[in-house]
Design a protein around this ligand. Structure first.
Ligand SMILES: *Cc1c(COP(=O)(O)O)cnc(C)c1O
Length: 391
């Protein structure tokens, strides 16, 4: 499928994702998935809104990839090329992260198969596994992200989330890929928190990447998106067939917005990560905040693996303020922190996860650092924490 990979026009050796090897993240993001320059054409073509397309009366759908909007759409194809280039594989996008992850699980697993899922991972995935997946005859087992991992013999699929949302533990993808493959299992990595700039699971040996593009990848808090990426044509075919028959595809406008947002991913992550580092250092220095987690802190349990495996650190910091009341007063006292779920957006947000039925402590906060100026954010958080300091 030649139109899925864009290469350099001058013949420089393309990298694993179709880019020249020497392009760094910012350049890769700006150019990801764009068509070859053509006079009179935009940099990123606008969204193509179509359910059916004109067909060739004689050849029918064989004449063009565009026949009907559920199997394919040109705006979606460009976005898939872009994400595929960044992940270093081939990509299929879905209407949401949940659609991608549940789709992958249902497409790959059969009755009698065993799947390992993160015990501390995204809560709706765990609910889906116990409420729906287990009912199809799949043996669902949960393992903490940080391990220890059991023997993998007889396991069909291991899905890890690293860093895990919301606890931010990590696992060693390369080591787990080796163990999984020795046991004949597949390894899938949820790359939502890291994004493909934070780590490249396919380079580390994973068979599949799944992710929500709703969060930092697109980063403007204005759309839902998910994707699956892989280097295996067979796995991609299975996933594509699943998506075509179940129909959880993103609309053309959301796909276009997502692609437009990718160009600034490098810039957004750099500021978010810098803000998270400053916030984490502020929080660990305060006796009125407990349980601070950020994989970049030298004392964090995730630091040894994260500092080797990750290319950059996430903009999320988690901590505990003791109870729901103090969290609410903290957010109200802040001028910059919005109470909201999701993460990875331009605005700094705080989510008390327990309010969604998540199995976290009542005062547990997932703080998603936005792209505000670092000094302003630190000053605002300091003032808000001072305002709710326990007597
Ligand atoms: C948000 C999230 C999902 C689900 O994505 P949606 O786009 O909300 O459906 C899955 N995994 C992780 C780690 C997430 O943070």
């Amino acid at each position: 499928m030649g139109e899925r990979t864009s290469g350099p026009a001058d013949g420089a050796a393309p990298g694993p994702g179709g880019f020249p090897e020497d392009w760094a993240d910012g350049t890769r993001c700006v150019h990801a998935g764009l068509p070859e320059p053509a006079p009179g054409q935009p940099f990123l073509p606008g969204p193509v809104f179509a359910a059916p397309y004109h067909l060739d009366p004689w050849q029918g759908p064989a004449a063009s990839p565009n026949g009907y909007g559920r199997p394919d759409n040109p705006t979606r194809r460009l976005l898939e090329a872009a994400i595929g280039e960044l992940e270093g594989g081939d990509c299929r996008v879905f209407a949401s992260g949940q659609a991608a992850i549940t789709g992958l699980l249902l497409a790959v697993l059969r009755p009698g198969d065993t799947v390992l899922l993160p015990a501390d991972g995204y809560f709706p995935v765990r609910s889906f596994a116990t409420q729906t997946l287990a009912g199809t005859g799949v043996d669902v087992r949960f393992v903490p992200t940080a391990g220890p991992y059991p023997a993998l013999d007889g396991v069909r699929l291991v899905l890890v989330e690293t860093p895990a949302n919301p606890g931010l533990d990590v696992c060693d993808i390369a080591a787990l890929a080796e163990r999984a493959h020795a046991a004949g299992a597949l390894l899938a990595v949820d790359n939502t928190t890291a994004t493909p700039l934070g780590q490249r699971p396919l380079d580390l040996g994973a068979d599949l990447v799944v992710a929500s593009g709703t969060k930092a990848l697109t980063g403007h808090s204005d759309l839902l998106l998910g994707y699956v990426a892989s280097r295996s044509a067979h796995l991609l075919e299975t996933v594509t067939a699943w998506r075509t028959t179940t129909g959880a595809v993103p609309g053309a406008f959301d796909a276009w917005l997502a692609h437009r947002s990718l160009a600034t991913l490098d810039l957004r992550l750099a500021r978010q990560s810098a803000n998270a580092e400053a916030v984490a250092r502020l929080l660990v220095g305060r006796p009125d905040v407990t349980g601070v987690r950020w994989p970049g802190l030298p004392d964090d349990p995730a630091h040894p693996v994260a500092s080797v495996q990750m290319r950059r650190l996430p903009g999320i910091v988690s901590f505990d303020l003791g109870d729901a009341d103090r969290v609410a007063r903290f957010v109200e006292a802040s001028r910059l922190v919005a109470a909201a779920t999701s993460f990875g957006g331009l605005h700094t947000t705080a989510d008390r996860r327990a309010q969604w039925g998540d199995d976290t402590a009542p005062g547990f906060v997932r703080l998603s650092c936005g792209v505000e100026d670092t000094a302003d954010l630190v000053a605002d958080l300091t003032a808000a924490l001072d305002a709710v300091r326990p007597a």
